[in-house]
Design a protein. Structure first.
Length: 276
């Protein structure tokens, strides 16, 4: 029976054979090649989406699947799967109090055409709220590859925290000279101890114009990614919990795996490896 009527009656009324009807029904129930291919794509899309910490939309996922599926097809399947990339909240860069008597270096970035890693590093500090109080984060970013080359975290934003990040970058990269290190005008970056450390390694100081955080746009872009992909919408009970999340984001995702459109949809680590 089919509903209230026998299949034989319906087929006779519609002038179709019963064998033709059952063949059509089998095709409807058994997925065809296109349906099977779409299901395989759905599985791959879900896996890539999860690995990206739910941050990749259809453009990045389509790039990963280039040659396999178009961007429109990926976008359609993501809609059907209800996979929505995290919406980026508006990030407001922190302005720095530059009211101090320490020397201010000129902004050297307009003079430089960045063509290789370890030519210009950008550095800055931000903060993350936890139930225990603020966790301060300092990072140095290679302007060419967007790789975070040094970082430090602590309860106080002071010269020690800034120097710890700088020394980590120097230890890991062992850069050739000349190398410009660009920062804002914060007292931690203008103090004698920091300037002495730069000079000891032959590094050239550069600073943003007063009140213009966009002169340091590269590191501000990294902070925006960190805040949107790790911090916003998450409550950290302890500083240790926040520290662990940020560490795994930088070393486990951002540097080795996060795709950057400005790098041709590759990660900082892969970008550098292709330059060697």
């Amino acid at each position: 029976m089919s509903g209230r009527y026998k299949v034989a009656w319906l087929c006779e009324a519609l002038l179709v054979s019963r064998s033709g009807y059952y063949d059509w029904r089998r095709r409807q129930q058994a997925p065809g090649p296109r349906q099977r291919e779409n299901q395989q794509l759905r599985n791959r899309i879900r896996a890539i989406f999860a690995e990206s910490r739910q941050t990749y939309g259809s453009p990045r996922i389509a790039w990963v699947l280039r040659g396999v599926a178009s961007r429109n097809r990926v976008a359609r399947l993501m809609r059907e799967e209800r996979l929505w990339a995290r919406q980026r909240s508006k990030y407001r860069p922190m302005t720095t109090n530059s009211q101090h008597a320490d020397p201010i270096a000129p902004n050297r970035l307009p003079e430089v055409q960045v063509v290789r890693p370890d030519q210009v590093w950008a550095t800055d500090a931000t903060y993350v709220l936890t139930a225990q109080g603020w966790l301060y984060v300092v990072a140095l970013l290679d302007v060419c590859s967007r790789r975070v080359v040094g970082w430090s975290m602590g309860e106080r934003l002071d010269t020690v925290l800034v120097l710890t990040a700088l020394r980590m970058a120097l230890r890991q990269r062992q850069p050739r000279q000349p190398l410009i290190v660009h920062s804002d005008r914060g007292t931690q970056f203008a103090c004698h101890a920091y300037r002495k450390e730069l000079a000891a390694h032959g590094l050239i100081a550069s600073m943003s114009r007063k009140g213009n955080c966009y002169d340091n746009a590269y590191i501000e872009s990294f902070w925006s990614s960190l805040k949107n992909e790790v911090v916003f919408g998450h409550r950290f009970n302890t500083r240790a919990e926040a520290r662990s999340a940020i560490f795994h984001y930088i070393e486990g995702f951002y540097n080795p795996r996060r795709l950057h459109s400005s790098l041709g949809f590759t990660s900082p680590v892969n970008f550098e490896s292709h330059l060697n």
